[in-house]
Design a protein around this ligand. Sequence first.
Ligand code: FES
Ligand code: FES
Length: 196
Amino acid sequence: MLPFVPRNILAAHRTLCSVVASECRGAVRVNETRTVSISTTVNGMPSRRSVEPRVLLSDFLRHELELTGTHVGCEHGVCGACTVLLDGDPVRACLMLAVQAEGRSITTVEGLATAGRLHPIQQAFHESHALQCGFCTPGILMTLVAFLRDHPDAGEPAIREALSGNLCRCTGYQAMVDAVLLVVERARRVAPNRSA
Ligand code: FES
Ligand code: FES
């Protein structure tokens, strides 16, 4: 049951709320009109945009640059769906402001394929059926691109550990591990004397 509140207190409360709400709206308006110019390189292309300081990198990529391959799941750094490369290192785009990318180089999943050819990890995912709904896939691919660059001879335990920071709600991890092993094996065939 709701507690009894005298009418006059209720009326005063409503008045206060409407004043606070209008002031809040005013504050938001001020922030919304203030923008900052940022320069980035996105998938090899220079980009210069004006953004509000509060805009997340994930929203900047999706809404401003229309690179919707970067997915947004949890929006607090847990699922890894929004992973992109910042100067080559994987970052959670939902945990960064777009203005923090000033002067940096960003690679999204749209930047993996070149000249109409899939990146080797994309090709291996395709062949190994390593995606189901595909929601987690862009973030996982970006994580693995950096991982394979740094660990070209990775074995299964290391691959599993690398994948552990990205959540797949379809739970298709085994096929992803198979895909990464396929990339490692193919790279070995090309350069058989590479040290393990
Ligand atoms: S949306 Fe960024 S980690 Fe989940
Ligand atoms: S393939 Fe569906 S969430 Fe990973």
